[in-house]
Design a protein around this ligand. Structure first.
Ligand code: NAD
Ligand code: MG
Length: 387
């Protein structure tokens, strides 16, 4: 039995991870769960999966949750410390890191420190502190297994083609989001409800907005650099509207290895938590090539979707710049979701605020948290209002 902790268990990736686990109950046991505030769903999960520990990040909900599950043996914890305790508990073998945003960094690092393998969905961990995370993973001898579909695809391509000087480029595919091909004038009028309609994937709100602005692809560009230790000039981005090819690796002998399939996050989750084996699914449906015969590729428009350009620039600057970019983005997305700023303001405000960052090249964890905090404050001051 492999023992799993799931951080962010009530979210899109968290619930799909539990779905994969429940189909393989002979292989996996859940020993820890965490959530931010959805105590009803967390209670259901505690009853179904019977973890040893569960943590609710929002301390105000601790008493209610504890009372509601008083008949269960699960130990209930709360706050950031509680989440960190679950992330690093002795009993687990692998931690699914599926909290959204920079809030995932501390617990993920704690899990690495405790020598757990990581199934990484929380790309913000790599974006904000890629250097520290990779160094720590190496020092502790643990594996970081990608859950992001593009990175899982690359990981699977590299298993076949190998990793080294013979890689000529990594090609990250990008759905283009709901507004592909639209101009700035159109984007200025877009509402959160329009941006929350992703053509191919059903995901949490923050990543859905990031997919619409193309910041998601920018964050994934940075994530790929750290996960696969490749220079960014070897990472290309191609818009592929169908989201069937999840990403590719091209080798110097001219071979391109692609990983494809129907868009379904349970596949990369399963690849990560079952690694190095593969899951056997009884109800598995063969891929329909005829239905998917029309695969298209185009270049992204980085002038209209400037968030992608800003992310590329941030990793070129390096140091704490990506952490700052990420914090600014999280705050700008929150403002957009609350109808306080327009869709195009997201990129404009990040661009303006990033000029105020004082970059620290050789950074430590405290520098990352400071950059994140400064970015959020600067975005709020540029917006000029209250959240
Ligand atoms: P989501 O919003 O659906 O779920 C987020 C989870 O994190 C929830 O369980 C929530 O309770 C928890 N959480 C939120 N804030 C927290 C905090 N401050 N402290 C502790 N827990 C907190 O998000 P999601 O779509 O599942 O995405 C999770 C991560 O996976 C993100 O980093 C996202 O970029 C990445 N990812 C998601 C998908 C997808 O299909 N949803 C695909 C690729 C990568
Ligand atoms: Mg992705």
């Amino acid at each position: 039995m492999k023992k799993l902790c799931i951080l962010g268990a009530t979210g899109s990736i968290g619930t799909q991870s539990l779905d994969v686990v429940s189909r393989q109950s002979d292989k996996f046991a859940v020993c820890g769960l965490t959530a931010n505030s959805n105590i009803n769903l967390l209670e259901q999960q505690i009853r179904e999966f019977k973890p040893l520990k569960a943590a609710i990040a929002d301390k105000a909900l601790f008493k209610t949750l504890k009372n509601n599950v008083a008949d269960c043996f699960t130990e209930i914890l709360c706050g950031e410390d509680g989440v960190v305790e679950v992330a690093s508990m002795n009993e687990s073998d692998i931690v699914v890191s599926a909290i959204v945003g920079a809030a995932g960094l501390k617990p993920t690092l704690a899990a690495i420190e405790a020598k757990k393998d990581i199934a990484l969905a929380n790309k913000e961990t790599m974006v904000t502190a890629g250097k520290l995370v990779c160094e720590k993973a190496k020092e502790k001898g643990i594996k970081i297994l990608p859950v992001d579909s593009e990175h899982s695809a690359i990981f699977q391509c590299l298993m076949s083609g190998g990793k080294g000087e013979n890689i000529s480029r990594i090609i990250l595919t990008c759905s283009g989001g709901p507004f592909f091909g639209k101009d700035r004038k159109f984007l200025e009028k877009v509402k959160p409800s329009d941006a929350l309609k992703h053509p191919n994937w059903s995901m949490g709100q923050k990543i859905t907005i990031d997919s619409a602005t193309l910041m998601n692809k920018g964050l994934e560009f940075i994530e790929a650099k750290w996960l696969f230790d490749v220079p960014t000039d070897k990472i290309d981005i191609l818009v592929h509207r169908q989201s069937v090819i999840h990403s590719m690796v091209e080798y110097t002998d001219g071979a391109v290895i692609a990983q494809l399939g129907e868009p379904d996050m349970r596949v990369p989750i399963s690849v990560a938590i079952n690694y190095p084996e593969r899951e056997i699914i009884k109800e598995y449906k063969p891929f329909d090539f005829i239905k998917n015969s029309n695969l298209t590729f185009e270049l992204p428009d980085e002038d209209t979707f400037k968030c992608l350009k800003l992310a590329k620039e941030a990793i070129a600057v390096g140091g704490t710049q990506p952490a700052y970019l990420n914090g600014a983005n999280e705050m700008a997305v929150e403002l957009f979701l609350k109808n306080k700023i327009s869709f195009t303001d997201i990129g404009d405000i990040i661009e303006e605020s990033i000029k105020k960052n004082i970059v620290i090249d050789d950074y430590n964890l405290e520098d990352v948290f400071n950059a994140d905090k400064m970015a959020r404050e600067n975005v709020l001051s540029i917006y000029g209002g209250k959240l």
